[in-house]
Ligand binder design. Structure first.
Ligand SMILES: [Zn+2]
Length: 191
């Protein structure tokens, strides 16, 4: 199949991403939102890996076919999420809601060892919190009790479910109308 021969008609590629849902119709990821470029989405359709749930008005065409660009696709096979997410910078920030664990500010974030490394504190889910640089500096190499700075969040290893749930609080900058149902279908309805 000549997928790479496809010519897009009047498509602004950056705005024609497809929202990718798992086989249960929930987004694979909320934050960052699971999106594919239109090229990847079209490829996946031809490889029979996804069902097209919604489409854009724009089409792509090759010599032999015309196809509307998918705006929402669902994987045909369910992808099981790992129960425990990786211990990464992004995931620590996400767990703490992209806010300083001490003062709640969302700017200039870095990490803080609650028990300082100099006092045997480990670099682990249980001892790392997101912190703004000023708080990080102020606390320095002291214990929370010495610095009288106690994290407002309990450093802990989150489940993937927990991180997904937090990620839903961060709506993406660009939302296509066809994505709304799948991003917010279980949100509380307004009266
Ligand atoms: Zn702070």
């Amino acid at each position: 199949m000549g997928v790479c021969m496809i010519a897009a008609q009047s498509v602004a590629p950056s705005t024609r991403s497809a929202l990718v849902l798992n086989a249960d119709y929930r987004p694979l990821s909320y934050y960052p939102l699971s999106l594919w470029s239109w090229q990847d989405a079209v490829k996946a359709v031809f490889l029979d890996r996804v069902n097209v749930i919604a489409e854009y008005d724009d089409s792509v065409r090759s010599a032999s076919f015309t196809m509307r660009l998918p705006s929402v696709v669902a994987l045909r096979e369910f992808v099981r999420q790992e129960r425990w997410p990786a211990f990464t910078r992004f995931n620590v920030f996400l767990r703490d809601g992209f806010r300083c664990a001490y003062c709640g500010i969302a700017d200039d974030l870095t990490f803080d060892h609650v028990i300082p490394r100099s006092k045997g504190g480990r670099t682990s889910w249980e001892n790392i919190v997101a912190a703004c640089s000023p708080c990080n500096l102020r606390k320095g190499g002291r214990l929370a009790s010495e610095a009288k700075m106690h994290p407002q969040v309990r450093p802990h290893r989150p489940t993937s479910y927990e991180l997904q749930d937090i990620g839903r609080r961060f709506p993406p900058n660009h939302l296509h109308e066809t994505w709304m149902d799948y991003l917010y279908w279980d949100a509380e309805l307004e009266n």
